[in-house]
Write a protein that binds this ligand. Structure first.
Ligand code: C2E
Ligand code: CA
Ligand code: CA
Length: 723
């Protein structure tokens, strides 16, 4: 298939799904990013806001400490005030010695400066050693390490809870349920605490010391929870000492639900969008598939069409797996389909076509293909072992097809183009990478066209010579008119001699083409083409006119002129005013009619007999002789002889060639001569090349001999010399 067609089909095939797919992926990506950003800022917001309020009170402590000399007469009063806050804290002097403390010191060395959005500067946060789930990352962002939290919670057994080992965490709950922790976002998991009643605690520290993570039930029925996560805030004091104070991030249901609602909205939105895009993509794919079905379907046959054959057939042939197999492309033709439609309606005709398609399809095996190309034409791709087997397979398929309708006998003609396995110089099988199935199918059609126009079934194989023939035919057809107008056609004369006296008695005018481009061309290479395309009638007139002119000129010169026969083709003979046309052409030149003889080929006598007889009679009445050419070459025309008032019988050259030239041949020739004599006809033997034949013919009283023994066809000047 031509590249452009292939590209177009591919484009059609790919366009839609690609666009949808890209849009789909892009949307997923977009929504995913959006979700992550929103969630992250939500979490950040919650963490930061919780920590910030705690920080504020630590800063207040630092502020008070800064004013201890002016505000407090005794340092103890300041520390009492600090202690009243209930927060664990300690103060280290510039040398690192703890100068005052309250509660347990669980501050670790892990931590650093944090960046808070509400203008609090010089804030440092350190991890708590007991339940240190708050850390600070390199960028100064506060992180809650949910993973460790989850791990800790998931390791607690109900027994441990009952034993009160984790009262810090879950009060006197019976058990805790955790859903899966999500490793990738390090954020989401939920816990449910079972068995905690109203009386257990409502947002209070269960154990009385604020040193751990606490989980309490806010509403017992729904087991709502909150948990506190401790860390240590460090603030620089004015005298170079440092205040370490325990801060607690308390996350309750309100915070959780805020994140949850946002998450839910995003999830729902994402889901809706996902469904819309998915539906669009699926719809697109379904529509495209349907479109392709239409594109590749033949509506008459309800099977595959030409486009499908081009696309799929070529793809199959190009595959590596097909390279090891011989393939043949077939042009399968239902002969006289049009005639059948005329007699039985197009609808009936199409029904037969469908049957033909089904039957061929039934005969195909895996990796073989069939398509309906147009009207009576089918394209088939077949595997084969060798040519003979393939031919037999096609012939038996034709036999089956011929009997497809009990009331009619159909015929089928098949052109075959072979694609044998290809090998490289090393003998390795090569793929048919550059195959163009359209070209191969065209070759199959060319082979098919060589079969007779008749309605007989047949199989023809393509070979390169067919292309050469076609090229030659095109060239001849293209140049014929120019050649006629420029007198490129020459008249050669082949003399006829009396074998008894060796005297010149006549001649036959034979055409030659002297083409400046194509060279000197014998008639066998162009007359059959002219006979097919109808140009022969003009050639016949051309020859007649030239012969008449030559004869007239020789007569005027005073030559001893002999009758010259001119060939009139079979195609020409059906014109009912042919005799008048011949007479007018000769009369225009002014040549006596007895110097012109008209040769009709034997096969012409099978056409409309009545018309032929009438033309012969007219020609004779005008004074022209009429001869039957190539007598005995084809079908026996003995029967026609009796009705045709002919003057001359020309024995075909075949009588004097090869096996025919033997004893039996001589008997036939002798009898033919006798027959002609009895019918009052003169006899000319054609194609005589040896002396023995001349002697024999002389003995049989043959009137004339036209053959190489005496002379080959010659240019008119040479013939003039002979006269
Ligand atoms: P044809 O009419 O049967 O012409 C006789 C052919 O036999 C000529 O071939 C001639 O050269 C050849 N021939 C004659 N004697 C011998 C011989 O002893 N041995 C051999 N081997 N051949 C011999 P040519 O000229 O090639 O013509 C071939 C055919 O072309 C003619 O067969 C005729 O059918 C057709 N043709 C030639 N000129 C014309 C024409 O002007 N008009 C038409 N319609 N057909 C023509
Ligand atoms: Ca002839
Ligand atoms: Ca002849």
């Amino acid at each position: 298939m031509a590249n452009t067609k292939q590209k177009k089909i591919r484009k059609l095939k790919k366009n839609h799904s690609w666009v949808s797919l890209i849009v789909f992926v892009f949307l997923i990506f977009l929504i995913g990013s959006l979700l992550t950003v929103v969630l992250e800022s939500m979490v950040d917001y919650v963490i930061e806001s919780k920590i910030s309020s705690e920080y504020q009170s630590v800063f207040n402590m630092a502020e008070l400490y800064g004013r201890k000399d002016t505000m407090f007469s005794d340092e103890k009063n300041l520390y009492d005030m600090f202690d009243e806050e209930g927060r664990d804290y300690f103060i280290k002097d510039s040398k690192g010695n703890i100068i005052h403390s309250r509660g347990k010191n669980t501050c670790t060395n892990e931590g650093g400066k944090v960046v808070l959005s509400n203008d609090i500067k010089d804030a440092y946060l350190y991890k708590d050693s007991v339940h240190g789930y708050i850390t600070v990352n390199a960028a100064g962002k506060i992180m809650v390490d949910l993973r460790s939290l989850y791990k800790l919670l998931s390791n607690i057994t109900p027994e441990e809870i009952k034993n009160g080992e984790y009262d810090d965490f879950v009060g006197n709950a019976d058990s805790i349920d955790l859903n899966a922790y999500n490793e990738t976002d390090n954020q989401s998991f939920s816990i449910t605490v079972n068995g905690i009643g109203d009386e257990d605690v409502v947002g209070e520290d269960i154990t009385g010391d604020d040193d751990g993570v606490y989980i309490g039930s806010v509403v017992s029925a729904s087991n709502q929870i909150y948990f506190k996560i401790p860390a240590w805030a460090v603030v620089n004091l004015k005298d170079g000492s440092k205040l370490y104070a325990k801060v607690i991030m308390k996350i309750d249901m309100h915070d959780m639900s805020l994140v949850g609602v946002f998450l839910a909205v995003i999830v729902v939105l994402t889901f809706i969008l996902f469904v819309i895009v998915l539906v669009t993509v699926i719809n697109g794919i379904v529509r495209q598939r349907r479109m392709f079905k239409v594109f590749f379907t033949d509506i008459i046959i309800d099977g595959h069409n030409w486009m499908w054959f081009l696309y799929k057939g070529e793809a199959l042939l190009r595959k590596g797996s097909s390279a090891k197999k011989n393939y043949a492309v077939l042009n399968f033709v239902f002969v006289k389909y049009r005639n059948y439609c005329v007699c039985h309606t197009v609808e009936q005709g199409e029904k037969v076509l469908k049957k033909v398609y089904t039957l061929i399809q039934k005969n195909l095996v895996r990796k073989e293909m069939l398509a309906h190309v147009s009207n009576s034409n089918f394209a088939v791709l077949m595997k084969y072992e060798d040519e003979d087997k393939l031919k037999m397979r096609i012939q038996s398929l034709i036999l089956e097809l011929e009997k497809i309708d009990p009331e009619h006998v159909f015929s089928f003609q098949v052109g075959v183009d072979l694609l044998p396995v290809l090998h490289n110089e090393k003998g390795r099988v090569v793929r048919r990478k550059n195959i163009d199935i359209e070209v191969e199918y065209n070759n199959a059609c060319t082979a098919r066209a060589t079969l007779a126009d008749g309605d007989e079934s047949g199989v023809a194989f393509f070979d390169q010579k067919l292309i050469e023939d076609q090229l030659w035919l095109d060239k001849v057809t293209e140049k014929q008119r120019f050649a006629l107008e420029h007198e490129e056609f020459l008249v050669f004369y082949q003399p006829k001699y009396d074998p008894k006296t060796d005297e010149l008695r006549g001649a036959e005018a034979l055409i030659r083409w002297q083409s400046p481009e194509l060279g000197f061309i014998p008639p066998g290479r162009f007359i059959p083409i002219f006979e097919k395309n109808g140009f022969i009638t003009e050639i016949d007139h051309y020859m007649l006119e030239h012969v008449a002119k030559d004869q007239k000129a020789w007569l005027d010169k005073g030559c001893k002129c002999v009758p010259v026969s001119v060939n009139i083709s079979r195609a020409h003979f059906i014109e009912n005013d042919l005799a008048e046309q011949i007479r007018d052409t000769v009369d225009k030149v002014g040549t006596p009619h007895n110097l012109i003889e008209i040769e009709l080929t034997e096969s012409a006598f099978f056409d409309d007999k009545k018309a032929i007889v009438s033309t012969i009679v007219k020609l004779k009445n005008y004074g022209f002789s009429v001869s039957m050419d190539d007598f005995g070459s084809g079908y026996s025309s003995l029967n026609s002889l009796k009705d045709m008032p002919l003057d001359v019988l020309k024995l075909d050259a075949e009588f004097f060639r090869g096996e025919n030239a033997g004893e039996r041949g001589e008997i036939v020739v002798a009898e033919a001569i006798k027959l002609a004599k009895n019918l009052n006809m003169r006899i000319v033997a054609e194609g005589v090349e040896v002396k023995e034949q001349v002697d024999f013919l002389a003995k049989q009283d043959c009137d004339m001999i036209q053959g190489y023994y005496y002379a080959k066809p010659m240019p008119k000047n040479d013939f003039e010399q002979r006269m």
